[in-house]
Every structure is written in C-alpha cells, then in structure tokens.
Design a protein around this ligand. Structure first.
Ligand code: SF4
Ligand code: SF4
Length: 194
C-alpha cells in the first residue's frame, strides 16, 4: 500500500499522544505482521492490526479513528501475546476507540448498539439479562428479528431464563455513575490537549 505523508505531518505527535492514553509505545513495532497473522477478526477489518500500528507510527490519526478495525477488535489479546516487541496492540485498539468516542466519531459497526443495550441492562438489573439485552439490541439496530430463531432452543436447553435476576443493583449503579464521570473528565482532558 502506497502511503503519502505531507510535510506538515508531525510523525511523533500522535505516537506520543497514544502512549499517554494507552501506555504503549507503537514506535517499537517493526512490522513483522505476527499480530495480523493471528487475529481472528482480521477478515472483518478494513485495515489489519499491523497496519493500524503503522498508521499510528505515521501520525495518521484520522485514518485509524475512522477505520472499521477498531470496532471489530474483540480484545482477545492474541496479537499482544504474539508481538515480539511487546506492543500491546489490543490496548492500542481500546485507546483508539476511546479517542474516537471522545471525538464523537460514529462507530463503523453495530457494536455501539450492543454496548448501549449491555449498559442499560446492567444498570437495570445489576447483571446480564440476555432476552432483554438482545431485545434492546434488535430494537436499536433496526434488525428486529435478529437471532430470534435461537430463542426457543436456548430456553429449552436452559441457556437463558425469561425471569431477570437482580444483583447488587445499587452498588452497580454507583460504579457506573462514577465511570461515566471519569469518562467525561477524560474527554474534557483530550479536548483541552488538542
Ligand atoms: S506483532 Fe508487534 S512488531 Fe509485529 S507487526 Fe504486530 S505490533 Fe508490530
Ligand atoms: S485483540 Fe483485537 S486486534 Fe488483537 S488479535 Fe484479538 S481481535 Fe485481533
């Protein structure tokens, strides 16, 4: 892939910003490709994990924050475990997602609907309630009957229950509120650092 970099691009600025956000120095990567070779989600990604790291080295912030890849990473950690240079690629993906969210960049997948559904259910019940979560996800994503066909079988096999269980709801809500405050503070810091 041919990459053109303008003279105005400060190659180190984004790597340093990313290191501050994630604690990982992407400049250590020498592009061996082991992370990409082991990634189980590479087939869904528009930019491979090693390319993401390369773009980060080259200061191509817009390219990585607008990629599908950062939303398709499932944080399995295979890449970070395989990296001979100790680059925490998974941590970089997570950091890039946070940066994208802080900048209100719309995710390139339905993962945001799943995340919202998960958070709402945890907030309501203090633990996962699968039928509610799938229902919310389907409503938000507009794909109303997605996976509904599995429902009877899962009920029969007792993999899910129709009855929600409540677990330490008050404490969970407190933790979530605190996390939300931290997220807003972080977004403000990122905005000020621009
Ligand atoms: S495995 Fe590590 S060194 Fe190799 S391309 Fe991926 S990040 Fe770079
Ligand atoms: S953590 Fe993400 S990028 Fe790394 S191997 Fe797993 S899915 Fe791929």
């Amino acid at each position: 892939m041919l990459i053109k970099i303008g003279r105005e691009v400060n190659l180190l600025a984004f790597s340093k910003k990313l290191e501050k956000e994630t604690g990982t120095d992407v400049r250590k990567c020498y592009q061996c490709g082991k992370c990409t070779a082991g990634c189980p989600m590479n087939f869904e990604m528009d930019v491979s994990p090693s390319q993401v790291i390369r773009f980060c080295q080259l200061g191509m912030e817009e390219k990585v924050l607008n990629s599908r890849t950062i939303w398709y990473c499932i944080f399995c950690d295979t890449c970070s475990t395989r990296c001979p240079q100790g680059v925490d690629i998974k941590g970089v993906m997570d950091g890039l997602r946070r940066m994208a969210v802080a900048r209100n960049i719309k995710p390139k997948s339905n993962v945001r609907f799943l995340e919202k559904a998960f958070q709402s259910i945890i907030y309501l019940f203090g633990r996962v309630y699968e039928p509610g979560m799938v229902g919310m996800y389907n409503l938000r994503s507009g794909n109303f009957l997605h996976d509904v066909g599995y429902f009877p079988l899962m009920l029969r096999k007792r993999k899910i229950s129709l009855k929600p269980h409540f677990k330490r709801t008050r404490e969970v809500r407190q933790v979530m509120k605190r996390a939300q405050k931290m997220k807003l503070r972080k977004a403000k810091e990122l905005e000020e650092a621009k």
